[in-house]
Design a protein around this ligand. Structure first.
Ligand code: DQA
Length: 178
């Protein structure tokens, strides 16, 4: 049986962890589930059809299904969203903050290379974000090797196809375990 006293101690530990690192889900360990938002930018709705030699044959729905399975294994609550519109992606980043998400995985598509607005949104909410790409953006056209988003992310994973998303999810899972 858990006493009121030990309940209080758990709460203090949890609050201390939270004050040190607001994104830290030790808070969640006790009270809340980890929530990760996965955002996909323009043209990624066409995966499976779009340049399969570069992006592979899987659809975005296939990626979503796989990530949802993996998230369930980690007991992570996953939210998946795609938009061709910059403002909608920015709104979802802001909302990730207000709705208490713990981290973001983002494939900004071509916005990667020029959207200062998405960069500023990630920087504003200060949630740990990982930028992912199916293709190796550093081995393609010159304009793709520059990401204006990566500097405000905790990491960038590219060139591994769908495994880029899985690796990002795993990395966030590990981050929140420690
Ligand atoms: C991409 C790479 C971008 O350069 C491109 O504009 C995309 C997809 C990728 O996942 O490899 O739309 O983000």
């Amino acid at each position: 049986m858990v006493s009121a006293k030990s309940d209080k101690m758990v709460l203090i530990v949890v609050l201390k962890a939270y004050i040190k690192r607001p994104d830290h889900p030790k808070v969640k360990g006790a009270l809340i589930m980890i929530k990760i938002r996965v955002l996909n930018g323009p043209n990624l709705n066409l995966l499976g059809i779009r340049e399969p030699d570069i992006y592979g044959c899987l659809s975005l729905q296939d990626i979503q299904r796989r990530l949802e399975k993996e998230a369930a294994n980690y007991s992570i609550d996953l939210d998946f969203f795609q938009s061709n519109h910059e403002g909608e992606i920015i709104d979802r980043i802001h909302e990730a903050f207000t709705a208490g998400y713990n981290g973001i995985i983002i494939n900004p598509g071509a916005f990667t290379h020029y959207s200062y607005a998405i960069r500023d949104a990630i920087s504003a909410v200060r949630l740990p974000a990982i930028e992912v790409h199916l293709s190796n953006i550093h081995a393609r056209e010159d304009f793709r090797s520059k990401s204006v988003i990566a500097p405000v992310c905790i990491g960038q994973i590219c060139g591994l196809g769908i495994d880029a998303y899985s690796s990002a999810l795993f990395a966030l899972h590990k981050r929140f375990q420690s």
